[in-house]
Design a binder for this molecule. Structure first.
Ligand code: AN7
Length: 383
């Protein structure tokens, strides 16, 4: 066995960013190889070309369980296991439960997940069930579940792995590291869909950590060559982006300036009215010079279709909120021409096949099984 081959194998974000995470490297690390997701430049969207925008999507749907939650879960579950925990618990709109279930099974501990009855996408439910979590459906929404999880954790030996667990945010901050490592600098704008606002907080922690270490706006040349090599030097000239948080119009407490009691949206992942990181997110928005805005369900679904049709990227509806908002703000000039923009695509489109099929523009054609009919189907549908 060639040792140099095995030692460079990517084995997850804890190993990759060990010196930046509060994890004991000598203890057991629970990883599924999360992180290291592609940053895809969008080349085919008209308005982006017209305004000379560099638009990148960070496709977090390519994490092991199909969402960004895995970044936080590897750190939270590793920490829980190293401290002797035997069970974790979360409330979830779907993705956290899928991730918690997978990492708990990997760790050999129990997972309890509280989900809103009938309001999570089918793929996410399948994940929680196949990984052997105890799935507790509640007649209520995410916010009810979150309240109950906080209460029950005081009465039962379970560790909460929602983003109120600080280790979750520590893991999720690594997405910012990857972006800066890859681009060589922070983007001008970073756009995220916002639910509990844990992820926008985590990204800001990451950008700030890199920028403060290297001195924001200070250029630090590579000390091995003239600075034009292909290595990923850490934050050579990293400042920090303006952070833009987009919510679904029916679940937009940051826009209302107050909690929303009965949130609704087709983007069930962000059907959240009482964000857990309320204060953090306001600080991020103000400190970065960014803003919050909202997108209608129609805008969200249109952005999901656009990415799928024009760029070959299939994300779930909640994730498309970042692109829906970004494109609108490119159009109206709030994001100036020439800017570099990263949109986080938080989850994979396969999570929610029902919504995708319902709104897909290409229709199925059913024909008899003969050559003429197939030929006809092709010739009458050529572009
Ligand atoms: C695809 O799974 O809250 O603002 O319980 O699944 O950090 O909450 C999911 C959130 C965006 C919002 N996109 O992130 C859960 C849950 C997707 C998500 C968000 C979620 P935060």
């Amino acid at each position: 066995m060639n040792e140099s081959v095995t030692s460079t194998r990517y084995t997850g974000l804890i190993k990759n960013y060990l010196n930046r995470l509060p994890i004991d490297p000598n203890g057991k690390i629970i990883s599924l190889g999360e992180g290291h997701t592609p940053l895809i430049q969008c080349n085919n969207i008209n308005i982006v070309q017209e305004k000379n925008i560099k638009l990148y999507v960070k496709f977090e749907g390519l994490n092991p369980t199909g969402s960004f939650k895995d970044r936080g879960m590897t750190v939270a579950v590793t920490k829980a296991v190293q401290e002797g925990s035997k069970a974790i618990i979360c409330a979830s709109t779907g993705n956290t439960s899928a991730s918690a279930a997978a990492y708990a099974s990997r760790a050999g501990i129990a997972a309890f997940v509280l989900i809103p009855d009938g309001k999570i996408a089918m793929g996410k439910l399948a994940q929680a069930m196949i990984h052997g979590a105890v799935v507790i459906q509640i007649r209520g929404n995410f916010d009810d579940g979150m309240r109950l999880v906080k209460e029950v954790a005081q009465h039962a030996p379970v560790d909460i792995v929602n983003s109120i667990n600080p280790y979750r945010l520590q893991g999720q901050k690594t997405a910012s590291f990857e972006i800066v490592d890859e681009l060589g600098h922070a983007p001008d704008f970073h756009c995220l869909p916002v639910g509990n606002a844990g992820n926008i907080t985590a990204h800001w922690i990451g950008y700030t950590e890199y920028a403060s270490e290297n001195g924001a706006l200070q250029t630090q040349a590579c000390n091995l060559c003239a600075g034009n090599c292909n290595f990923n030097h850490v934050a050579k000239s990293s400042s920090r982006p303006k952070m833009l948080g987009y919510q679904a119009a029916g679940s937009a407490p940051f826009l209302r300036g107050a909690m929303v009691d009965n949130p609704e949206t087709v983007a069930t992942a962000i059907r959240i009215g009482h964000p857990q990181s309320w204060d953090n997110a306001w600080c991020v928005s103000k400190e970065s010079g960014g803003w919050f805005d909202e997108c209608t369900d129609e805008e969200i679904l249109a952005a999901q279709r656009l990415l799928a049709n024009e760029e070959g990227v299939f994300c779930e509806p909640a994730s498309a909120t970042s692109v829906a908002g970004a494109l609108r703000d490119v159009e109206n000039g709030k994001i100036p021409a020439g800017s570099s923009v990263v949109c986080t695509l938080t989850g994979h489109g396969l999570k929610d096949p029902d919504t995708a099929i319902k709104q897909a523009t290409s229709k199925m054609i059913t024909i008899d099984a003969n050559l003429d009919d197939v030929k006809n189907a092709i010739l009458s549908n050529m572009p």
